[in-house]
Every structure is written in structure tokens, then in C-alpha cells.
Design a protein around this ligand. Structure first.
Ligand SMILES: [Zn+2]
Length: 291
């Protein structure tokens, strides 16, 4: 009995210390972890699909595409850590191969690692090409991190391009395709203040949802502290999304909670979303300077 009490006291002490070390007072923090089963809900994001994540009002899911790249992903991770929030990173396979330590850092810091193809093609793909891009992406991420279990079965299409070949392949393999509920146009030549303004105003319009950002732009790194501060001051909560597993049952939800309301206001079409196409050297070598 006494040893049980002592063990509990130590546990409380340890967890208290860990929290104090990791989370500064007043940090935004993760409100809850949402565990989803891709086999039940294989396509999410109201921008393109009839379903989206079953979030409560004032809950936001943060996602970052196109990295990892040390020059920008490190800054994003530092801001996320300073607010104790977790995000989902849709990584490009060739980027993870070029910077495997960055992919590991994202994973080690507790974020969800997801697939954004091997080479980020923004074009129509045959079923064979789609299979190569999807499986190549998953393989690169698993290899970079060194643990097959570390990579979620979550996938986002480059440029949010909808393709039957991709959607059919993913559905047949139990993978979940993510669109988004709102963008912040952070791949366009706007400055970081404008990125933050668009993110917040679109989140306010819907009241909840999945925000799509890119961890390959300076303006995004600079906008993120402002976005998180605004979310905090407006009473928003961050939700971390992870896939269901044998030891991690899905969060109980009703079918109705997954039904997406239509997006009333969308200023930029997803098909306009073109990150640099010329591969890794161009991606972080010739970033346009934010105005
Ligand atoms: Zn992308």
C-alpha cells in the first residue's frame, strides 16, 4: 500500500515536472487527440469532400505540407513547441530522403508524419504512376525515420489535385486522403502579416477545421507565432490527429459529426497552389523574398 502511494506520488511529481518543462505558462497546448480510422472515413476536408474531421466549434487542426527543410521546418517546430501544440506534417519523400534528421525531429517531437508523394508531381497520373508516387513517399518517410510504425496512413495530394487514380489507390490500401477546410495562401507572394490575417479570417468564417500551411516558406515561419497567438486570444483549441491502431482505439464519433458544411468563402482555388516544381535545390534555394 505504502509503496503504491509512493509510486503514485513519484508519477505525479514526474508528470508535473515534465509539463512544467515542456509547456510555458499560458501556452496554447493540445486540447485533445482525435484518433481516426481511415477505413471508415477515407476522405476529409470540406474544400473538396463531403466529409471533414469531426471537430467541435473553435477546434483547429494544423497541417504543414512540402517539407521537411531545415531552413524553415526547424522554425515551425520551435514555434509549435513554444505553444505545446502538435501538427500533421505532409512530407515529400525526396525531402525526407535529403533531410532524414528533420523527418526524425518532427516525429520525435510528437507530431504526426504523413505522406505528400515522393516527388510532388502536379499533373495527372496513371494508376501505376500514382502507386509509385504514393508508395515511394511512404517508403522514404519510413526509411528516414527508421520505424515503419512512425508514419501515419494519411496522404495529401500535391496542389490538392483530385485524381481518380490516386483516390482509388488510397482507398484500396486503407489510406486516408486529406484535403483542407481553409488555406492561408502562404505559397503566394504575400507577406507574413497577410498570411496570418487570411488564416484567422477564414478560421473565423468556418469556426473550426483543418488549416493548410507550408513549412518551406519564410513567411509561414514568421506568420505562425501570430496565428497561434490570435487563436489563443480568440478562444480556439488545437486538436492533434492520429490514426487508430491495435493499442489505440478510434475516438467515438457519430456519422453526422463528419458531415462537412460547404465552404462559403474561398479566395484561392486549390489548383492555383503550385509550390516550386524544379525539385529540391529550387525549393529552398530561390525562395521569393516576402514583401
Ligand atoms: Zn504540396
Amino acid at each position: 500500500m505504502r509503496s503504491t502511494i509512493a509510486a503514485c506520488a513519484i508519477l505525479v511529481l514526474l508528470s508535473g515536472t515534465a509539463d512544467a518543462e515542456e509547456c510555458p505558462p499560458g501556452a496554447l497546448g493540445v486540447n485533445r487527440t482525435l484518433v481516426v480510422d481511415p477505413n471508415e472515413h477515407s476522405r476529409v476536408g470540406s474544400m473538396q469532400y463531403p466529409e471533414t474531421l469531426p471537430l467541435n466549434d473553435h477546434e483547429v487542426v494544423l497541417t504543414f505540407d512540402d517539407g521537411p527543410v531545415p531552413r524553415y521546418t526547424n522554425g515551425v517546430l520551435e514555434t509549435l513547441a513554444s505553444e505545446c501544440v502538435k501538427a500533421t506534417f505532409f512530407m515529400v519523400g525526396q525531402m525526407a530522403r535529403a533531410y532524414p534528421w528533420m523527418a526524425r525531429r518532427v516525429y520525435d517531437e510528437g507530431h504526426t508524419v504523413a505522406n505528400h508523394t515522393q516527388n510532388h508531381p502536379i499533373r495527372k497520373m496513371s494508376t501505376d504512376q500514382a502507386a509509385r508516387e504514393i508508395e515511394g513517399g511512404f517508403a522514404s518517410l519510413r526509411e528516414a525515420i527508421g520505424d515503419p510504425q512512425a508514419v501515419s496512413p494519411f496522404f495529401r495530394a500535391p496542389g490538392l489535385l483530385r485524381q481518380k487514380s490516386v483516390e482509388q489507390y488510397l482507398a484500396a490500401h486503407g489510406d486516408m486522403i486529406w484535403s483542407a477546410d481553409f488555406l492561408a495562401d502562404d505559397w503566394t507572394r504575400i507577406n507574413n502579416t497577410e498570411v496570418a490575417r487570411r488564416a484567422i479570417s477564414r478560421i473565423e468564417t468556418r469556426g473550426k477545421g483543418i488549416l493548410l500551411l507550408h513549412d518551406i516558406h519564410l513567411r509561414t515561419v514568421l506568420a505562425l507565432p501570430e496565428i497561434l497567438n490570435e487563436l489563443k486570444s480568440r478562444g480556439y483549441k488545437i486538436v492533434h490527429v492520429v490514426p487508430a491502431a491495435a493499442d489505440r482505439p478510434k475516438t467515438a464519433t457519430s456519422a453526422q459529426e463528419w458531415v462537412a458544411r460547404s465552404t462559403l468563402e474561398q479566395h484561392t482555388s486549390p489548383s492555383q497552389m503550385h509550390p516550386p516544381r524544379q525539385g529540391i535545390s529550387r525549393r529552398h534555394g530561390q525562395e521569393p523574398k516576402p514583401k
